[in-house]
Design a binder for this molecule. Structure first.
Ligand code: AMP
Ligand code: MG
Length: 312
């Protein structure tokens, strides 16, 4: 029988105390992020759980589709297209968005992947890469400072000495990181660095079609990933977005995707989508980093680990 990670937590007093500390830290993490974003003028949207369109995520071949009312509905992989639509209404939005991604079973061992997780997903109308990277740094520093103040006992109990990094964080381009550290540059750099850092300028074909290609440098995207130090890996991904109909059509065609799958997005773009930029930061990974946990599953009470079954 496969191991049942989901129930292990309820078996011993020590496990329960540790889990209670992690959940308290998680709760303060979410609260601090909400506080910060409210102060910055963001409006919180309720999450989209099922929708006719969702993030293509070409690495992910899951069939997480349900049928209802004669239509097909994807379980949300990310709220990307709904965020682009939402900024036509409100200038700055965020959502704690539950995502379902049926990741390959062996990803259960990376320490970083769940198949149900929550992104703090945000978007800013007329936002630029520079603004959003600045916002991401300030959000992370704010959350780490508040959690250190409010959860000193829990962090001590978990044995975590959490450092609050100095801004601005170092920036590497994808090209230079790859040249210096090879294909596994993200893991190598994450282990070596002592502060969070950015990777920018991903090549157009390694990312999804909605991240905006730099008009001045064809083939290079105006996007950014934030990576945690101490080997914890990727924290967030974001970018400026393609918002013009013909650009979206070109990028969909270039990736060999079926435009009929993105009809809703194309209709929105035809009516006019504003320029925007945003990012999504994985909440469980953030809690894992704050608490210094070996596996992201430990950040949740009922984790969904790729390849594992659960009774609750
Ligand atoms: P993405 O746009 O795919 O990079 O997802 C945005 C963020 O969500 C990532 O930077 C991670 O923090 C988080 N994330 C993505 N996939 C997973 C996963 N399978 N398990 C946990 N967190 C994830
Ligand atoms: Mg990413």
């Amino acid at each position: 029988m496969k191991s049942l990670k989901g129930v292990k937590v309820f078996t011993s007093e020590v496990e329960r105390a540790k889990k209670a500390a992690v959940l308290k830290v998680g709760s303060e993490t979410i609260g601090a992020a909400r506080e910060f974003l409210a102060e910055e003028g963001f409006v919180e949207l309720l999450p989209v759980i099922v929708a006719p369109i969702t993030d293509p995520l070409r690495h992910n071949t899951d069939r997480a589709v349900i049928e209802a009312y004669g239509g097909h509905w994807h379980l949300t992989r990310s709220m990307i297209f709904h965020k682009q639509a939402a900024v036509t209404v409100c200038e700055r939005i965020f959502s704690f968005s539950p995502n379902i991604r049926i990741e390959p079973p062996d990803w259960g061992k990376t320490g970083r992947h769940l198949w149900e997780f929550v992104q703090l997903d945000l978007e800013v109308r007329d936002g630029t890469r520079e603004e959003l990277m600045d916002l991401g740094e300030r959000l992370l520093v704010y959350v780490l400072e508040r959690v250190r103040e409010r959860c000193a006992d829990e962090l001590a109990f978990l044995g975590r000495n959490l450092r609050v990094p100095q801004r601005p964080f170092p920036v590497f381009t994808y090209g230079e990181a790859r040249k210096r550290y090879g294909d596994d540059f993200e893991v190598a750099l994450s282990r070596e660095m002592e502060t969070p850092f950015w990777i920018i300028d991903f090549p157009v074909d390694v990312r999804e079609f909605y991240d905006r290609e730099d008009p001045e440098r064809p083939g290079v995207l105006l996007d950014y990933d934030l990576i945690y130090p101490e080997g914890y890996g990727e924290a967030l991904s974001g970018g400026e977005r393609e918002h013009l109909l013909h650009r979206i059509q070109e990028r969909i065609a270039r990736q060999g995707l079926d435009p009929s799958q993105y009809r809703g997005l194309l209709e929105l773009a035809e009516r006019g989508l504003p320029p925007s930029a945003g990012f999504g930061i994985g909440i469980e990974r953030l809690i894992r980093y704050i608490c210094g946990l070996p596996h992201v599953a430990e950040a949740r009470l009922f984790p969904r680990v790729p390849g594992e079954l659960s009774v609750v």
